[in-house]
Design a protein around this ligand. Structure first.
Ligand SMILES: Cc1cc2nc3c(=O)[nH]c(=O)nc-3n(C[C@H](O)[C@H](O)[C@H](O)COP(=O)(O)O)c2cc1C
Ligand code: SF4
Length: 440
């Protein structure tokens, strides 16, 4: 049976980003249908769809929408296109190939929630995607899909593109709002949550690009059909971004509960050079690592949680048996130390401290007791900070030390890296990348 593709169906079709191409494939039909329905009917469909946020936390989208206070106006929608989590590279392709699907999703979300202004906060580096999105918006305004009367209905909607400057922390929802307001991207203390006090102090929905791009399909086919593609409390398909030592890295659209091992060994063509899997990070660099014995698991949010990790942003990072786990952690820790915004002491001081200790161990200068010290540092950061970047930095350290402790100890006792010079990347060029089921 062929699998249902929602987001990637037309990736690679010539001119898929244009309005003409989108409309020829039935695009904006869901918006016409949705505008004829009462807004609450759309919220009900999204609730019934079991759509959960694709940005990292996996929160139920329909439920999030119901947190908007009933009587406060204006309200805003901000679409998170910051796509910052290492290992995650799918929102940029949605914007590149299907900008009108995103615009239609935004329009339906705004109609459902009585919102008249939406912002797409897009990562600064995505210059090409920003241009594509702006061109699509211009087409939509020209065609009367946006503006004072959406498709002739007495409903006004404006969508603005706001380009970030490339800070990971600006993907965190409250830092994103600060940045949109023209301030430094410092996360806010929560509560209050953005749904109650958000952009310019007004109720604000913040959703990821992939989350919003699913809305037209849900309105067109019904929430129950979307729920049926998934399992339990998670509906639909999702985009898995597979990188690392697989033969065919790329973006794969699969049911939300697809088996992780199957994705790696079958869809991605297995491991380069026929080597063995050593470890897999299933949901972007902050999610706890799995060992090779643990990857025969469903990628669904609750299943991965039960397996002690996270579905996160769908970034699957595969490491083969030549990988030095201390070095891998060193690279991850460097990222989080560099991206800390510096507001909270545990994160500002702790992340560079962890990075320095991992680096020391990796280079053979570790002391007995350093592995415990590392784990202790991570435990003192997790859950102690304003935003989840502290947890994001602590979780890889905790899981790498727990699952690969012997390797850390070996670096200390042998006073060197047992893996030598790390020939990472030498065979990368020879591999085919796959984007939405196509060879890139
Ligand atoms: C440090 C940090 C970085 C984040 N970066 C992103 C990001 O780049 N893109 C994203 O959609 N969500 C990111 N998130 C999650 C957002 O805060 C938020 O949960 C998400 O955009 C909500 O959308 P969703 O419910 O549709 O997933 C990040 C969270 C944290 C703590
Ligand atoms: S946890 Fe880190 S990134 Fe988040 S607010 Fe505190 S210092 Fe900033």
């Amino acid at each position: 049976m062929s699998e249902t593709l929602i987001l990637t169906r037309r990736w690679g079709t010539k001119d898929s980003a244009t309005l003409a191409s989108y409309k020829s494939a039935g695009g904006y039909g869901a918006l016409e249908k949705g505008l004829a329905l009462p807004p609450s009917a759309i919220v009900d469909e999204v609730k019934a769809s079991n759509l959960r946020g694709r940005g990292g936390a996996g929160f139920a989208t329909g439920l999030k929408w119901t947190f908007l206070p009933k009587d406060v106006r204006p309200r805003y929608l901000t679409v998170n296109a910051d796509e910052s989590e290492p290992g995650t590279f799918k929102d940029r392709y949605i914007i590149e190939h299907e900008p009108h699907m995103l615009i239609e999703g935004i329009a339906l979300t705004c109609w459902a929630n009585d919102i008249h202004t939406a912002y797409v906060y897009i990562r600064g580096e995505f210059a090409r995607q920003a241009r594509i999105l702006e061109a699509a918006l211009a087409e939509a305004y020209q065609a009367g899909i946006l503006g004072p009367k959406v498709l002739g209905k007495d409903f006004a909607l404006d969508i603005h593109v706001h380009r970030g400057a490339g800070a990971y922390i600006c993907g965190e929802e409250s830092a994103l709002l600060e940045s949109l307001e023209g301030k430094k991207g410092y996360p806010r203390l929560k509560p209050p949550f953005p749904a109650v006090v958000g952009l310019y102090g007004k109720p604000t929905i913040i959703n990821n690009v992939e989350t919003i791009a699913n809305i037209p399909w849900i309105v067109e086919h019904g929430g129950a059909a979307f729920a049926a593609l998934g399992v339990g409390k998670s509906g639909g398909t999702r985009l898995f971004c597979v990188s690392g030592h697989v033969n065919q890295p790329g973006v794969y659209e699969k049911p939300v509960h697809y088996n992780l091992k199957k994705l790696i060994m079958e869809d991605c063509g297995g491991i380069v050079g026929g080597r063995k899997v050593k470890a897999v990070i299933p949901g972007g660099s902050s999610s706890p690592v799995l060992t090779a014995d643990e990857i025969d698991v469903s990628c669904e949010f609750d299943a991965l949680k039960a397996a002690g990790t996270m579905a996160g942003s769908g970034g699957v990072i595969v490491m083969d048996d030549s990988t030095c786990m201390v070095r891998a952690l060193s690279r991850i820790s460097k990222f989080y130390a560099e991206e800390s915004c510096g507001q909270c002491t545990p994160c500002r001081e702790g992340t560079p401290w962890m990075e320095a200790l991992v680096h020391k161990i990796e280079h053979g200068h570790g002391q007995p007791g350093d592995v415990d010290k590392l784990a202790q540092m991570a435990n003192n950061i997790g859950g102690q900070t304003i935003c989840a970047l502290g947890d994001a930095a602590a979780m890889p350290v905790q899981s790498f030390v727990k699952k690969f402790r012997a390797e850390f100890e070996r670096h200390i006792t042998e006073r060197r890296c047992p893996f030598g010079d790390h020939a990472w990347g030498k065979t990368q060029e020879s591999r085919d990348a796959v984007v939405g089921g196509m060879r890139a």
